[in-house]
Design a protein around this ligand. Structure first.
Ligand code: ACO
Length: 381
């Protein structure tokens, strides 16, 4: 093996930390204060008072909707929930043990075949596709789950909100108001998050002037990873593995000694508790109290205290969403697809922004391989 040489002294930012790749009017984060805002609106106020539909409108159009604008948006979303029959057939062809994020990624890609505008990058067309896919993501996830469990997919109900309709399509019965609102809050909290890895992936794909469906397919594949959206499922696996509040201390002490990476903790940008985790912590406690089962919340809180105390790492959005979804009876491996059901709004808004003011994303690397050498014929190697 020839000696490796660095040819240049280019500035290098591992993980692109601190590198600004877009000028955006969408979402801002103050990592020190633990503040998150969509178009200037604080996430705490949005989680308290808005709905996912309002947030979609806000992200796509720049301002909160009027009553008439919200009505129109709700109609657009509910009219676009159904999946093409070929896509349902595709879901039926998938292995029953397929990773749901792989299924979602495949279906998002396949939907391009059945959208006559799929290759059109005109702004109005991209916005129409953004509404269509935002409406369909929930249907894909619910239909996949039912089919893999040997059940028939349930047709969406236009009278229900986005959140309530998802739970209805998943479970076959309309959710109570508490679950519907808890899920709506989770959707609000996950809708956008500045230049996270999956959003960046979507923007990179859009920057080549590839189409909307390709950009979102890239994003879904990127969210799947355990350092990103995949962490929420792993948090619940950890809680189930520990199994009992009395065993938390031992588990965390052993993990600390083994330098374990605790899922749901730490963040590239937040240096304090993720504001979304603050909201979800309350939701998780509330659902536990209502069900008379605080086991998962109490375990989570104990882990939170120990990991933060020992490592100075705070929970991120994925930590308390795990026990929240568990209390709603949702299958563990759907937690990350649910993230995508919400984040489609942010991905879409970012793709629209990228097309509006595009420059090809083409970073650089610093070559440290062998210096120039002569080709060696096969019989001399
Ligand atoms: N548990 C234990 N140690 C951690 C954790 C963690 N969850 N997170 C960071 N650290 C430690 C690292 O081991 C490292 O220590 P070292 O310098 O002694 O080696 C140091 O903190 C810095 O870690 P990096 O991985 O370099 O930090 P980065 O900013 O790249 O990571 C990340 C951010 C990936 C989120 C990280 O905190 C992590 O792996 N968390 C667990 C996975 C997770 O919860 N992901 C969801 C993030 S939110 C979202 O995407 C929706």
């Amino acid at each position: 093996m020839a000696e490796n040489v660095a040819t240049t002294e280019k500035p290098y930012f591992p993980g692109l930390e601190g590198v600004v790749v877009a000028i955006s009017g969408l979402t801002s984060i103050d990592g020190t204060l633990g503040k998150l805002m969509y178009r200037g609106y604080n996430i705490h106020e949005l989680a308290q008072s808005s709905t996912y539909e309002e947030v979609v409108y806000l992200l796509f159009n720049g301002d909160l909707p009027t009553v008439a604008q919200l009505d129109e948006l709700k109609q657009t979303l509910s009219a676009n929930r159904e999946l093409p029959a070929q896509v349902i057939d595709l879901l039926r062809l998938m292995p029953k043990d397929a990773n749901p994020m792989a299924a979602l990624r495949t279906v998002v890609s396949a939907l391009a075949f059945y959208d006559s505008e799929s290759e059109d990058n005109d702004p109005d067309s991209v916005l129409r596709k953004a509404y269509r896919l935002t409406a369909k993501m929930a249907t894909i996830v619910a239909a996949f789950d039912r089919i893999r469990n040997g059940k028939e997919p349930i047709a969406p109900k236009t009278s229900l909100s986005h959140a309530a309709n998802f739970l209805y399509m998943l479970n076959g019965e309309e959710p109570n108001d508490v679950f519907a609102r808890a899920f709506d809050i989770a959707l609000i909290l996950h809708a956008d998050h500045e230049m996270n890895a999956s959003t960046f992936a979507a923007r990179v794909t859009a920057s080549t002037l590839s189409d909307f469906y390709s950009a979102i397919t890239s994003a879904v594949g990127t969210l799947k990873g355990s350092l990103h959206g995949g962490a929420n499922t792993n948090v619940m696996k950890m809680l189930l593995e520990i199994g009992d509040e009395a065993k938390v201390e031992d588990y965390i002490r052993t993990g600390l000694a083994n330098k374990q990476r605790f899922m749901g903790f730490g963040h590239r940008v937040y240096k304090t508790m993720d504001p979304r985790a603050i909201v979800l912590k309350k939701v998780s406690r509330d659902l536990g109290e209502r069900a008379g089962n605080l086991k998962w919340f109490n375990m989570s809180e104990k882990i939170h205290d120990m990991v933060t105390g020992a490592k100075g790492l705070d929970p991120n959005v994925d930590f308390y969403s795990a026990s929240t979804y568990y209390m709603m009876g949702i299958a563990l491996d759907l937690y990350t697809p649910i993230f995508a059901v919400s984040r489609i709004a942010g991905w879409s808004a970012n793709v629209i922004e990228q097309y509006e003011k595009n420059r090809l994303m083409r970073p650089d690397s610093d070559y440290v391989g062998p210096s120039e050498r002569s080709y060696v014929p096969m019989n001399q190697r």
